[in-house]
Design a protein around this ligand. Structure first.
Ligand code: ATP
Length: 351
């Protein structure tokens, strides 16, 4: 059952189509990430939901009611801006209570709700401070409390973790996800950060050039990308040009590639670096296994893994090894091996 429903949402700026026919259903209590590169239309979509931008086409429904033309203040959506947008001259408590004042909630009730919201984000003791007296993570929590205090039907988060350092961002991801789950609040958040999308939501909608390319669980998106764009954007990927021999057999870097039902035109082969194992060239080919050969050009220690680049007849291949292993010496001729079933094929796109 969908609680929040976008149907054919569109927005143009002059002749430029920023959001193009976006449809998406979000279930009650579900968290969905809008993931995509800068400029793909994520924020525009979110702002249309919040009522901050009027769509040129399409509808927005919440719990069955069409709110497409409702003004922002009648939508009951909580919006957390990327910049937090806190009022610098107001205390933390008044920042959080702002929406309640606007809604003329009686003072005693408002005070109780502000306290509750602040303790939910673990800022119970800091209500009297000004925003500038808080760290970035604390300001982020104030913005979240401010959005939650009005008990919104939908929570909208716009790149709200991007101003935090890596460690704090990690912690906040879990914290926000826990709060979202415990409140069971329907949430849509915008991010260009795939780790954020993969860890913070039930489903991901991957956007590209104003359109939704794929909607699915994090596992779906990562393991079964539907398009070349999704494969390339989410996670690390090798995308290699396949060749086809006169006999119709598919080859990669001069080696036969055991894949079934390849597309009819030109196509590329996709495989994740961590699915590939490096072996001695003397290791024989096996059934159901893809195997190409090349020379180790370099390896880089990244901490939790080692990235090895293999160069061969068709270009470069990225291989990921667990960091405990010893990387092969540069210049060594190696076989790169992976289960053929971990290969996806995408029709070649014009650059
Ligand atoms: P980012 O992560 O960089 O914020 P985004 O995916 O959120 O990117 P949007 O902010 O939705 O992208 O913008 C989508 C496209 O629409 C961009 O190409 C942007 O330049 C364009 N755009 C956004 N707002 C306007 C505007 N007011 N006038 C003209 N073009 C706009």
């Amino acid at each position: 059952m969908s609680y929040l429903q976008l149907q054919g949402l569109a927005k143009r700026y002059g002749g430029f189509v920023a959001v193009d026919d976006v449809s998406l259903s979000v279930g009650r209590g579900e968290a969905v990430a809008l993931l995509g590169p800068s400029g793909c239309g994520k924020t525009t979509t979110l702002r249309m939901l919040a009522g901050l931008i009027a769509p040129d086409g399409g509808t927005i429904r919440v719990d069955g009611a069409d709110i497409t033309r409702e003004p922002a203040h009648r939508r009951n959506m909580g919006y957390v801006f990327q910049s937090y947008a806190l009022f610098p001259h107001l205390s933390v408590a008044r920042n959080v209570g702002f929406g309640l004042e606007e809604r003329r909630v009686p003072r005693a009730e408002a005070a109780a709700r502000v306290e509750e919201a602040l303790s939910m984000v673990r800022l119970g003791a800091l209500g009297g401070r000004r925003p500038r007296e808080l760290s970035g993570g604390q300001q982020q929590r104030v913005a979240l409390a401010r959005a939650l205090v009005v008990r919104p039907s939908v929570l909208l988060l716009d790149e709200s973790l991007s101003n935090l350092d890596a460690k704090l961002r990690d912690a906040m991801r879990h914290e926000i996800r826990d709060i979202q789950r415990s409140l069971g609040i329907t949430t849509l958040f915008v991010t260009h950060d795939q780790v954020e999308a993969l860890t913070m939501c039930d489903r991901i909608a991957v956007m590209n050039r104003g359109r939704v390319e794929q909607v699915g669980s994090p596992e779906d998106i990562y393991e079964r990308p539907a398009t070349r764009f999704v494969a390339d954007f989410v996670g690390r990927a090798n995308i290699l040009a396949a060749s086809r021999g006169a006999d119709g057999r598919v080859g990669l870097w001069g080696s036969p590639l055991p894949v079934q039902a390849p597309p009819s035109g030109e196509f590329d082969v996709f495989v994740r670096p961590q699915r590939i194992r490096l072996a001695a060239v003397s290791e024989p080919a096996a059934e159901g296994v893809a195997r190409i050969q090349g020379q180790v050009s370099h390896s880089v220690f990244i901490g939790d893994r080692i990235e090895v680049v293999v160069e061969g007849a068709g270009g470069q291949l990225s291989v990921e090894m667990p960091s405990g292993q010893r990387p092969p010496a540069e210049g060594l001729e190696v076989a790169a091996i992976w289960p053929a079933e971990d290969t996806l094929l995408f029709p070649r796109e014009a650059p």
